[in-house]
Design a protein around this ligand. Structure first.
Ligand SMILES: *Cc1c(COP(=O)(O)O)cnc(C)c1O
Length: 348
């Protein structure tokens, strides 16, 4: 979902941004109007996540997927090994890409349970002579989420937070680099955020293609080439909306409540099931199965009639999935719950 107040504001400002006579779409990215938009959005993100001054914040194209390559390209330094934790489809993709650039050491994996849990931190086997450890804090497809930050004993910790960034407060100091595509929890598709500790950049001797060079992006204020200006602007509006709603602390409370309600309905029924171990359940993406697979189509079509849409599970896993990101109001979850109870009554 996209927050409605943001859409309304964008609509209002579409033809003429704050009386300057220009649409954001027509602005030069180097003009003072757009520079002010860019600076404000960075400030607001810094405020939301309490990002310390020694971290750079980058607004890049290429989605989270480009970071699968940019992380090893930029952070390997003199090392040839990197630790990866494998908890599902997205960490798998990050691993496959990293394997093009380095030796990937799998420090932990939950493949043995079909990615239904978060590996117990006591069982991890971290390679000490590696450049960093990478993990996916929320597996969007499988609906498994870390509810703690892995302890890596000073090694740079890298996290793909595409689907849970800004859903709760985090301590940025625990991370070397965080990246996230905007389209799940921050804004429109087409822009990604990278938050990186300054001292980690510029230590890799090999020649990195300029557009893949995080230091070059950092030095140019994410304006190495023309950035995705309109997406950047929209994301800035989402940040303002999040601040108005009380910031990530307030969102965490609401996100917890939304997820707990939905899991309760699933767990209390003999009709719906969630396959994930309770300690690793995602607050953002809640997959569920119906007692009878043959009812899935009926479930989806009946749901659509109630304006409950986008409930199909990812095509790779099937079943249902409710993605209840920050922009999903509690009433949206209540409506889904009401529908699920009624559907079970009719078909269960
Ligand atoms: C969606 C997603 C990605 C891919 O994002 P793109 O911006 O499409 O490249 C990567 N990681 C996670 C966890 C995701 O949810």
């Amino acid at each position: 979902m996209f927050p409605e107040p943001v859409l309304l504001r964008a609509k209002e400002e579409f033809l003429d941004w704050q009386g300057c006579g220009l649409s954001v779409l027509a602005m030069s990215h180097r003009g003072k109007e757009f520079i002010s938009i860019a600076e404000k959005s960075e400030q607001d993100l810094r405020q939301l996540l309490a990002i310390p001054a020694n971290y750079k914040v980058l607004f890049l194209q290429g989605g989270a997927s480009s970071q699968f390559a940019m992380v090893p390209l930029n952070l390997l330094g003199q090392k040839s090994t990197a630790n990866y934790v494998c908890t599902g489809a997205w960490s798998d993709k990050a691993i496959q890409e990293a394997q093009k650039f380095c030796r990937v050491h799998i420090a932990a994996s939950s493949r043995d349970t079909g990615f239904k849990h978060i590996p117990n931190p006591h069982d991890w086997d971290i390679c000490k002579d590696a450049a960093y450890l990478h993990y996916t804090s929320n597996e969007t497809i499988g609906g498994v989420e870390f509810h703690y930050v892995p302890d890596v004993d000073g090694m740079p910790l890298i996290s793909d937070m595409s689907s849970n960034i800004l859903s709760e407060p985090i301590d940025i100091n625990q991370f070397g680099l965080i990246y996230a595509g905007a389209q799940k929890n921050m804004g429109p598709a087409g822009i990604a955020v990278v938050i990186v500790r300054e001292d980690l950049l510029g230590n890799t001797p090999s020649t990195i293609p300029t557009m893949y060079d995080l230091l070059a992006h950092a030095k140019s204020g994410s304006m190495l080439n023309t950035p995705a200006t309109y997406n950047w602007y929209l994301m800035g509006l989402v940040f303002e909306w999040l601040i108005d709603r009380g910031g990530v602390e307030a969102l965490e409370v609401s996100n917890k409540r939304k997820a707990e309600k939905l899991y309760r309905v699933i767990d209390d029924s003999g009709f719906y099931t969630n396959p994930v171990d309770p300690s690793g359940r995602s607050r953002m993406n809640i997959p569920f199965l119906l007692a009878e697979t043959s009812l899935e189509k009926t479930f989806l079509s009946e749901a659509t009639k109630e304006n409950l849409v986008a409930l199909e599970g990812h095509r790779s896993v099937g079943g249902m999935r409710a993605s209840i990101y920050n922009a999903m109001p509690e009433e949206g979850v209540d409506a889904l719950i009401g529908f699920m109870i009624e559907f079970e009554r009719c078909y269960g």
